[in-house]
Design a protein around this ligand. Structure first.
Ligand code: SF4
Length: 345
């Protein structure tokens, strides 16, 4: 239903396609209408760092997945519009069970979250009955409900270090983050699920080495989900890349590092949407993508048309069954109790 006073009424409606909703330009009228509808619904608009620039710019808050969920929980707003992928909106619902959580397009999934199901995790646990399960926050609510402690890319090492050394650990779903944690903790009893994000896995070591050689003065900001993270540490260790320039960082950590680095140029290895926030945080620095094709099609399904439709229709609403939400919340709260929870993807 189109709300009264809609300045876009009669100028074409959002049209559903397989790649997302289309048909609405992100112009000044759109921006005014989005803000008006958000006020009318009493909604807070949250945008992940990988969203389209126009979605990031219209949001009340931009950040990584966990930071946004915590902002949502603390906000007075009764409705949360989560511009990100589905597991992120689920996390907001888990932490704010009494609020209405909307995602502009519920088809916005995640190849990493899809790489392990709750049934697969239960089967893995049955093979290691005494193990502690640590899951990266890029997982579905059902997988979080089967998890002992969640982790983000900034605190994964601390979370695993908090587990007694003689207990086996099952780490899922990201194999690159798992390899990083295994290397940092030196832990032999850490088993790693072979999942990956298709976008981050596509940013590879040879590409990184080539870009770094062409820009020897640049800092390297690398997300630990990247296929290049292991190679970057190896190349730094053997002197091919300067050790002090290689920084393995969550998306939140990248923003902090951007404000603090003395470098004039930075190569960034993560989803390309991140460049928008980095350039806003430190406009004097030349930020360039290691792989400028590293764009997540799920994140980009949150289009201007999808956001407009979401606010007009109150859809798509995210539901998490109460028993799953309660168990999933336990795994997130155990992580928060360990500390340094900031910086999911
Ligand atoms: S970039 Fe990868 S991990 Fe992030 S939402 Fe897209 S598919 Fe998932």
């Amino acid at each position: 239903m189109v709300a009264t006073g809609d300045v876009l009424a009669g100028r074409g409606s959002p049209r559903r396609t397989d790649d997302g909703y289309v048909g609405v330009a992100a112009d000044a009228d759109w921006a005014r209408e989005v803000r008006r509808l958000a006020d009318e619904r009493g909604a807070v608009l949250l945008a992940h760092n990988y969203q389209l620039p126009e979605i990031q710019d219209i949001a009340d808050h931009t950040g990584d997945s966990l930071a946004l969920s915590r902002i949502a929980a603390e906000s007075d707003a009764g409705t949360i519009v989560f511009c990100g992928v589905h597991f992120m909106a689920e996390s907001a619902k888990i932490l704010s069970p009494d609020k209405t959580v909307l995602i502009p397009d519920e088809r916005a999934g995640c190849s990493l979250a899809d790489s392990i199901t709750a049934a697969q995790l239960r089967e893995w646990k049955a093979q290691h009955p005494d193990a502690v399960v640590v899951s990266y926050v890029n997982t579905t609510a059902e997988v979080k409900a089967e998890t002992d402690i969640c982790c983000t890319s900034s605190n994964a090492v601390d979370v695993v270090d908090s587990i007694p050394a003689d207990r086996e650990v099952l780490f899922c779903p990201d194999q690159f983050l798992g390899a990083h944690v295994k290397r940092e903790t030196g832990r032999e009893n850490l088993h790693i699920w072979a999942g990956e994000c298709h976008v981050h896995a596509g940013i590879n070591g040879p590409e990184l080495a080539e870009r770094a050689a062409a820009s020897p003065d640049a800092d390297l900001f690398i997300h630990p989900e990247c296929g290049c993270a292991t190679s970057a540490l190896y190349l730094a260790g053997e002197g091919t890349l300067p050790k002090d320039k290689v920084k393995i960082l969550s998306t939140g950590g990248m923003l902090d590092a951007a404000r603090e680095t003395g470098a004039t140029s930075v190569l960034v290895a993560t989803e390309v949407g991140m460049l928008h926030q980095l350039r806003r945080a430190a406009p004097e620095i030349d930020f360039r993508a290691v792989n400028d094709r590293a764009s997540c099609r799920y994140m980009k399904m949150i289009t201007p048309a999808a956001l407009l439709r979401c606010l007009r229709e109150g859809a798509d609403e995210v539901h998490v069954p109460a028993d799953i939400a309660e168990r999933a919340r336990g795994s997130v709260e155990r992580m928060i109790a360990i500390g340094k929870p900031g910086g999911g993807e």
